[in-house]
Write a protein that binds this ligand. Structure first.
Ligand code: SF4
Length: 92
């Protein structure tokens, strides 16, 4: 059976999904990103096309939330620091 993302549980949550992705994108730490994923991940947990959605996110280079996790350019974005602290220069 063919599937589309229209089969997904997020199909009627466009406004909420945009807000969740905006919050996720703005999050600067792994803790903030995990918090931003709480609500959309709960939706994805019951979705019938979670696997296919995650695969499409990977194949399409998606940036956002799909399949219950965050993606950046098609790669899972769970643990990476987006803006690692700069190293201090030795002043001695
Ligand atoms: S897995 Fe999540 S993002 Fe993907 S279609 Fe289902 S509810 Fe939507």
């Amino acid at each position: 059976m063919a599937w589309t993302l229209a089969d997904g549980d997020c199909k009627d949550l466009t406004r909420e999904w945009n807000a969740w992705e905006t919050a996720y994108t703005a999050a600067r730490t792994t803790v903030e990103r995990a918090a931003a994923l709480t609500e959309p991940a709960a939706v994805c947990a019951g979705c019938p096309v979670t696997f296919e959605c995650a695969e499409l996110a990977w194949l399409s280079g998606y940036t956002g939330i799909a399949g219950g996790q965050g993606y950046r350019n098609g790669q899972p974005d769970d643990l990476r620091q987006r803006r690692p602290m700069r190293r201090r220069r030795d002043t001695a």
